[in-house]
Write a protein that binds this ligand. Structure first.
Ligand code: SF4
Length: 373
């Protein structure tokens, strides 16, 4: 059976495992990202390549060590470098002496026939009913993960016993990953959602509300963003992540097929500060920060990989958004040199500042910031 791998990004390995198994190939799950992954990637990548590209390369080397024979990678078009990722990564690996097949999947609207030919060639179970079953199961898992994570961030900010939500989340991921049949998947999700709703919480607080914006990889991959959602949540901050895997699929892959103006609303929101789509999530970063200001969030945190063009463009707009709408923001630029202590110090200082601002405005009671990470 063909052994297929893919880049590690957040919890998406759970639906990807299901998808590949249902399509009749053997998934090789990339191990969680560690310093070794980063160092393997940075050794063979150009210094100024995007940080996610370097991490992907490290993932591939680690999965080749586990026997992977083919890499499945999303492709794309647009102003940022993501569209070239597949080809560039293939050449970098080749130059470094690694031989492996690449399957770059473009959005269906670009070359639908080519996409279909690739699917038929690679996947033994490629009849329409196989594809529908595989996609449906994977989608249900992805959607349940996103629903759980949304609620988990909300509850974590209020939990009485620090760490309880994170432990529950880890158990949920594990059991959902193991579930094969549809009713088993639904049962696991129901059980964990109920447990999450039953986590004892503080009722007398109004936690700080912070939006997490930025480049998709940095936002979704906890081992790269220093587990920012967990860390902030356990400081008593209600984190609203603005990027979810299923939203990205719905918007970037699907909505863009039938609605060429699907970004119109986002452009209208960002318009005073940014007038064009700039690739990646740069436009979203600005628009979501504007919305955060209008809706009186306490702050915004932008996560950007070093050398990320769309996020660099967004960074130029954020000071004006922040000043006009009185919304504090913090930009964290992350690369292979980022150190946990430095990131935590900046986060704690930012949250302290937001608490101070909330209290001086006479807003609701917040939890005293818990440090020590
Ligand atoms: S969004 Fe940024 S990090 Fe991602 S590929 Fe584009 S330039 Fe690179």
């Amino acid at each position: 059976m063909l052994k297929v791998t893919f880049p590690h990004i957040g919890n998406s390995y759970i639906p990807f495992r299901t998808l590949l198994m249902e399509l009749g190939v053997e998934p090789v799950i990339p191990p969680p990202i560690t310093q070794r992954t980063i160092s393997l990637g940075t050794q063979i990548a150009p210094e100024f390549a995007c940080f996610p590209l370097k991490i992907n390369l490290g993932n591939y080397i680690e999965t080749m060590e586990k026997g992977a024979e083919m890499i499945l990678m999303a492709g794309g078009v647009g102003p940022c470098r993501f569209g070239y990722y597949g080809e560039v990564q293939r050449e970098i690996l080749q130059d470094a002496g690694y031989e492996i097949d690449f399957l770059v999947l473009e959005a269906p609207k670009t070359h639908p026939r080519e996409l279909w030919e690739k699917i038929k060639r690679i996947f033994p179970c490629h009849q329409p009913h196989d594809l529908i079953r595989a996609l449906r199961k994977a989608w249900i898992k992805a959607d349940l993960l996103d629903q759980f994570d949304r609620l988990a961030n909300h509850v974590r900010a209020r939990e009485l016993k620090r760490g309880q939500v994170s432990q529950l989340q880890a158990r949920f991921y594990h059991q959902l990953d193991q579930a094969v049949l549809l009713d088993e998947i639904q049962r696991v999700a129901r059980q964990f959602m109920e447990e999450l709703k039953d986590v004892p919480t503080r009722k007398d607080e109004q936690p700080l509300r912070v939006r997490l914006v930025g480049e998709i990889y940095m936002v979704l991959e906890p081992n790269v963003n220093f587990h920012i959602e967990r860390v902030l949540g356990e400081m008593g901050v209600d984190v609203e992540r603005t990027i979810y895997f299923t939203d990205w699929v719905k918007d970037t892959l699907l909505k863009s097929i039938y609605d060429p103006n699907w970004r119109a609303q986002m452009l209208a929101v960002a318009r005073p500060y940014l007038k064009n789509f700039v690739g990646g999530h740069g436009l979203e970063t600005v628009a979501h920060t504007v919305e955060a200001g209008v809706n009186r969030y306490d702050g915004v945190i932008q996560l950007a990989p070093f050398t990320c063009m769309p996020e660099i463009v967004a960074m130029q707009a954020l000071p004006a958004v922040s000043q006009d709408l009185d919304i504090p923001y913090l930009t964290l630029i992350i690369d292979e040199h980022a150190a946990e202590a430095g990131i935590m110090t900046r986060l704690e200082a930012f949250i302290d500042l937001l608490s101070y601002q909330r209290n001086s405005r006479g807003g609701g009671k917040t939890r005293e910031v818990v440090s020590g990470y």
